[in-house]
Design a protein around this ligand. Sequence first.
Ligand SMILES: NC(=O)c1ccc[n+]([C@@H]2O[C@H](COP(=O)([O-])OP(=O)(O)OC[C@H]3O[C@@H](n4cnc5c(N)ncnc54)[C@H](OP(=O)(O)O)[C@@H]3O)[C@@H](O)[C@H]2O)c1
Length: 346
Amino acid sequence: MLKAAVWGASGMAGGEVLRILAGHPEIELAAAVSRGKAAQPVWTVHPHLRGDFPEAVFAAPADALALNVDVAFLALPHKASWPVIKEYRKRGVRVADLSADVRLRDMAMYKEWYGQDHPAPELMEEAVYGLPELYREELRGASLSSGVGCNAACAILGLWPLAKAGLITDARLELRVGSSEAGAAPTQGGHHPYRDRTMRVYEPFRHRHLAEVVQECGLSEFVLTMTMTAAPMVRGAQMLAQVRLSRKVKEPELWKTYRAVMGKQPFWTLSPARPPHLRLPDPRLVLGSNRALVGFSLHEDGERLLVVSAIDNLMKGAAGTAVQCANLMLGLPETSGLAMKPIYPA
Ligand SMILES: NC(=O)c1ccc[n+]([C@@H]2O[C@H](COP(=O)([O-])OP(=O)(O)OC[C@H]3O[C@@H](n4cnc5c(N)ncnc54)[C@H](OP(=O)(O)O)[C@@H]3O)[C@@H](O)[C@H]2O)c1
């Protein structure tokens, strides 16, 4: 078995990496890293994993760094990840990052969206954007995969086939997201009495994850907006994109365009045309799995298109995608450990 260290293991995305590793046939947990919970049983924070890790305790960062591992998953906050990436890269250890630290390739773009110069630009050059659906070949044998923004992953997987075909003139993206996106630490807005059953719009135009959509879809920021709404669910992200097409199309061309890209993808699936209530995906259909669903509906004028995509933010939007990247980097079957089915109804 290959060995993995999971940093940020007491958090939402780190906990999800642990859940995947609990069933992974080729990678086992060597260290679940926490700054404040060292020596505490892992199951006290992740009680659903008690049966899988009955004896495991959290490791302090210094102890974890002293261990020989094959891969490190870094589910750390933005700006906390890059120093740890550097430590592991010095040791020649492959890293699947989950943070925003190495997602953008362009330094000026990083400065614009994150408000400072990148402290380790060489890592941005080394990193492959961590979405295997777009970078499968580049990820094979790579040393560093970036995290993906969960909203970015949802949006890119919905729009990329159209963008690649040059069919997008402009698009208004609305993302509806669950509370687990905000991480495990309680906040005023995330506290249950305020967050439960909310439909709170918290970003009108320009969520940070839009930068990744711009980068990966090759579209100008000035033809895109990303509006964010906190929706009443724990897991899940759903994108509704109102797209103005660059020319009039007929529906069969769109099916062909999407199928040409998505046909052989293990986790990226087109919703069926019928019945109508299953055509535009509901995040409930992917919860707990690494799947992304995409559906669309063409306006009768042939120029306006609604694209809907749905993922589980903790899986395809974070931990699932990171494990998929690690599988590719380590030369394992891409889908290893990721066969879990969605739970439905949830
Ligand atoms: N939640 C999602 O849906 C999602 C989706 C995609 C990507 N991500 C990315 O994944 C990363 C983790 O997100 P999350 O939602 O899991 O957050 P989280 O629940 O807050 O977990 C982050 C963990 O990192 C550790 N940590 C916090 N501050 C740190 C620091 N300054 N230095 C070192 N460790 C620190 C904490 O553990 P200890 O205090 O125990 O050390 C904490 O439990 C973020 O970069 C986020 O952008 C999250």
